[in-house]
Structures are given as C-alpha cells and as structure tokens.
Design a protein around this ligand. Structure first.
Ligand code: DGL
Length: 269
C-alpha cells in the first residue's frame, strides 16, 4: 500500500493543466493536489523537441524527489507528445499523460472531418501522426497551431481583457483549410484551450463541437489511485498548493482566479 499522504502532482508549462485538475477535483472533491507551473520554461509550444525532451524529465525528476508524489499527471499535450516516454523511463512514479482526444473525435464525427487545435510543437509530432493513423484513418483530420490561445488563457486567468478576434481566428485557421467547412468536431489539443471553451463556442458556428480529454484523464487518475491502494479521501477539505518554477511575485496577478480553483498555498521551486 502506498503512503496515503503522498501528494498528487499536476504539471504544465502554465495554468493550462488546471483544465485537467478541475475535472479531477470534480471526481475526487476531497483530494488535495500539488500543481506545478513551469513558468520559467513557458511557453512550451514554441520550443524545440530537444529543449522539451531535456527540460521536462529533469524538472519532474527534481519535483518527484522533493515532493514524493504518489502519482504525476503531465497535464500538457506538448510535454506528453514529446517527452512522456522519457519521463516514464526515468521516474519510478505512476505517470498519467495528456494527449489530444483524437479517438473520441473520430468516433463522434458525422461529417468525417475533424480539426485539431494545439501548439506548434504538438501538431508537428510523430506521436500525433500515430494517433491519427491508429484512430482516425477513416477521417480527414486538419491541424492548426494556435499559440495565441495559450497567451489568451493566461491573460484571462490574470483577469486581463482578451480581444475576441483571437478565438475566431484560431477556428478560421481550421475552417479555411481544404474541407474545413465540413468540420463538426474540434479537438482542444492543448490543456490551456478548455479554459476558453465558452469563448471558442461563442465564436464558432452552431454545428461545431469542441472536445477534450480532461474527464477521461480524471477517471484514469482515480482508477490508478484505487488500484495502487491509495483511494481518494471521502471527506475533508481540499486546499491545493500552487508551485511555480518562476518568481513567486509573478503569481500575485493569478491569485484571484486560482482561489476559485481551491488554491490556498503558493511557493516557488
Ligand atoms: N498547456 C500546454 C499544452 O497542453 C502547453 C502550452 C505552452 O506552453 O505552449 O500543450
């Protein structure tokens, strides 16, 4: 049996992983979480494969040593499509990954045309080609990089104004491609994007649905905890701890939003 006080750690370049943590908190409302934002290395989407492949396993190694988590969720598609296997090989901790929900989209589409929004780094990965070949070979899958949505999600969490044209232009990046007018499902292949799902839905035509994998990942986390003998607590208050790899002072502007996610403690590594 594992140590039932060992924390569960969520990891992303910034606040995107909160979309996954929020789904996990809904399923396990009494579970406390450690959330790590790698602001010193953000954004990941514009970095090279080599940078991500060396940075993410090294940082997660340090975090695992320091916080001794019972489970790590890499709540970042960019990190997972590049470095998930490196992290799993390096760490002796169960790792849950986050990759674009290509399979559910290919099962749901009626038109046979789906869209993938992600970071520049994610959409060019061979990992995505493999998911497409395995699960969506009978569909057309169009891809578009929307790094401006990463900045928009961060700005929204800081309580800043975001120009609405950003959402329409991200969607247009898919619908303006050949066959793009037939898209009925858009996969939000970056964990920052579900934080903008209402803005994106308002900017899209009624026949387009948005889809992401957070609920499935949350179920997987719960199952792994139960299987490993540390089921989530059934009572108690869940106060979460936010950790940044950047200066702690930079987190001040996020605190009002983070409070709504249940964060009460903040630190930097
Ligand atoms: N949230 C991230 C993802 O899921 C990365 C965003 C970024 O840092 O560019 O891909």
């Amino acid at each position: 049996m594992n140590n039932k006080h060992a924390p569960i750690l969520f990891f992303d370049s910034g606040i995107g992983g909160l979309s996954v943590m929020q789904a996990a908190a809904q399923l396990m409302p009494h579970q406390q979480f450690l959330y790590v934002a790698d602001y010193a290395g953000a954004p990941y989407g514009t970095k090279s494969e080599a940078e991500i492949a060396s940075r993410v396993p090294a940082l997660l190694g340090r975090l695992a040593e320091r916080y001794k988590p019972s489970l790590i969720t890499i709540a970042c598609n960019t990190a997972c499509t590049i470095a998930l296997s490196h992290v799993r090989a390096a760490l002796n901790v169960p790792i849950v990954g986050t990759v674009p929900a290509i399979k559910p989209a290919s099962l749901a589409t009626k038109s046979g045309v789906i869209g993938l929004l992600g970071t520049d780094a994610t959409i060019r990965q061979p990992y995505i080609d493999r998911l497409e070949n395995t699960h969506a070979s009978d569909c057309v899958m169009l891809r578009h990089a929307a790094p401006q949505l990463v900045s928009a999600a961060e700005a929204k969490m800081r309580g800043e104004f975001v120009d609405k044209s950003i959402y329409a232009s991200a969607i247009h990046g898919l619908t303006s491609q050949n066959n793009g007018d037939k898209i009925d499902y858009i996969i939000l292949g970056c964990t920052h994007f579900p934080l903008l799902i209402s803005e994106l839905s308002q900017s899209a035509t009624d026949n387009i649905y948005f889809l992401h994998g957070a609920d499935g990942i949350a179920r997987q986390i719960k199952k792994l905890l139960i299987d490993s003998g540390t089921p989530p607590p059934i009572n108690g208050s869940a106060n979460h701890h936010f950790i940044t790899s950047g200066p702690l002072d930079d987190i001040g502007v996020y605190k009002a939003s983070l409070y709504d996610y249940g964060f009460t403690d903040y630190s930097s590594i």
